[in-house]
Design a protein around this ligand. Structure first.
Ligand SMILES: Nc1ncnc2c1ncn2[C@@H]1O[C@H](COP(=O)(O)OP(=O)(O)OP(=O)(O)O)[C@@H](O)[C@H]1O
Length: 461
């Protein structure tokens, strides 16, 4: 994992208030960094010309003018002369608009005054780690696997190697990551990989589907509630942020969040603290935030349905997961992986895909991406019940797969999810000779969940 060796880095502080420079300098030196301080823009630019600096922390105002214009100008000058140099802005509390503007102009991040020492340190080390790793040459899958745990993720195609290399770079940092990609491309798998390869790996990875969360439930779900806070609050309940303490929170479908919940989420990300519903106690949110969506958040910002300031809080790092049709090189391996899994589940021995099947699978458009590929392979294995799958096993006549179906969410199999589920439960019961503990284990269900399904589908055991 990427470690920052502070002594390798010289940080330039630019603030007209000597006490600000002095106290940040003490903090950074205590943590081993080398520090230079200047009080105005001219000196800052001259130091950058003549000395080796790894990162700049700059104020936004250098005179009585408090508009932030001077800071923006300095940022623009630094970015023009030293495009790759990370700059962190110090902005007055409440001037988030200015900070957002700064990020647009190329600032790496911003910290509000009065600053929190730990947060400032985290921001600095994160920016340095991301920047440092940019210089590392692209890895191969083999070198990545030596250092990181990417088990369960097939990705040898150059498009995915690029994604995994970026995951490797950012995993160790606390940077917020926004994962973009069509439905079924593996966003959740990537979010989990970021967590697994971070220092938070031993703590919780809490997934929240914001798409399915109503406005009225948002606060109590995310921040928890105390007993009696509202009519149905029969006891204290922890929220998702508390459950994710010291770990990571995965905010799936963040593009579906309604405006009032967006404000509440922004507040906790901004302040790094929150209050449970019905409590006046402020709790610290030491949580790494990973978000995902298949919507275009920039378009949503443009049409006013997504807050720009929230976007800049969640997208320090953006990972674009390519659709499966742009990484056809991975199709055969993904298909084989999921076939192995389903074969194990149903005790099918020596199952494999023959050349004709692999070729056919590699040529499809897969509008539903990896999820659709996985379901197609599982379905074929289940329906044919043959160890070797050929192109015929995927014959649309048998499986009703439409090769160029353009709607990923349509039921492309001719089977509903419910029918699939029933079929899988029946097969697993047969394969494990009605030993329900083993059936539950094979299906990844608790015994209670298995019983519920047996009852729901009226299956005899
Ligand atoms: N690179 C991959 N290798 C192996 N399996 C994968 C890969 N990517 C995705 N999958 C599998 O595809 C399925 C869908 O993945 P996942 O849920 O992560 O997608 P998603 O982009 O989060 O979907 P959605 O947008 O619908 O939430 C999962 O079963 C996952 O295990």
């Amino acid at each position: 994992m990427t470690q920052i060796i502070p002594n390798d880095f010289q940080i330039l502080l630019v603030d007209d208030d000597p006490s600000v420079n002095a106290s940040i300098a003490i903090l950074l030196k205590q943590h081993g960094f080398k520090v230079l301080s200047v009080s105005n823009q001219e000196d800052a630019l001259s130091v950058l010309e003549n000395q080796s600096v790894s990162l700049v922390v700059q104020d936004m105002n250098f005179s009585r003018n408090t508009s932030g214009e001077e800071g923006m100008l300095l940022l623009a000058q630094i970015k023009q002369r030293h495009p790759g140099l990370p700059v962190i802005l110090m902005t007055a509390w409440g001037s988030i608009k200015l900070a957002v503007e700064g990020i647009k102009q190329g600032a790496a991040d911003f910290v509000t005054k009065p600053w929190d020492n730990q947060q400032l340190l985290r921001t600095i080390t994160t920016c340095l780690a991301i920047h440092q790793n940019k210089a590392v040459s692209t890895d191969t899958r083999h070198t990545l696997d030596e250092k990181y745990d990417f088990s369960d993720i097939v990705g040898d195609d150059p498009a995915m190697i690029e994604v995994l290399t970026m995951v490797a770079r950012v995993a160790a940092t606390d940077a917020s990551v926004l994962i973009l990609g069509e439905s079924g491309t593996g966003k959740e798998l990537i979010a989990n990989a970021i967590h697994k390869n971070s220092a938070r790996a031993k703590e919780a990875f809490v997934k929240v589907n914001l798409g399915g969360m109503s406005t009225s439930l948002f606060e109590s779900e995310m921040f928890g509630h105390t007993k009696g806070a509202f009519t149905d609050a029969k006891q204290d309940r922890k929220g998702r942020f508390e459950l994710a303490t010291n770990g990571s929170i995965f905010l799936d479908e963040i593009g579906d969040l309604d405006p009032s919940s967006q404000v509440k989420l922004l507040r906790v990300l901004q302040d790094q603290s929150y209050q449970s519903v019905g409590s006046s106690l402020t709790k610290k949110a030491n949580v790494r935030v990973i978000s995902a969506t298949n919507r275009d958040l920039n378009d949503m910002v443009a049409d006013g349905s997504f807050r720009e300031d929230l976007l800049y809080r969640i997208n320090l790092i953006v990972l674009n997961i390519p659709p499966l049709r742009r990484r056809r090189g991975d199709i055969a391996r993904i298909a084989a992986l999921h076939l192995r899994k389903v074969a194990k589940l149903y005790n099918i021995e020596d199952s494999r895909l023959d050349e004709s099947a692999l070729q056919w699978l590699s040529q499809q458009e897969w509008p539903g991406n990896v999820r659709q590929l996985r379901q197609t392979v599982e379905r074929a294995a289940l329906i044919t019940n043959e160890p070797v799958l050929t192109v015929d096993s995927f014959n649309p006549r048998n499986l009703a797969v439409e090769p160029n179906d353009s709607d990923a969410d349509l039921n492309v199999s001719g089977l509903t999810l419910d029918q699939m589920e029933k079929m899988m439960v029946i097969k697993a019961i047969k394969a494990h000779k009605s030993n329900l503990s083993r059936v539950a284990e094979a299906l990844g269900l608790s015994r209670a969940a298995l019983y519920r399904r047996i009852e729901k589908h009226d299956i005899s055991v």
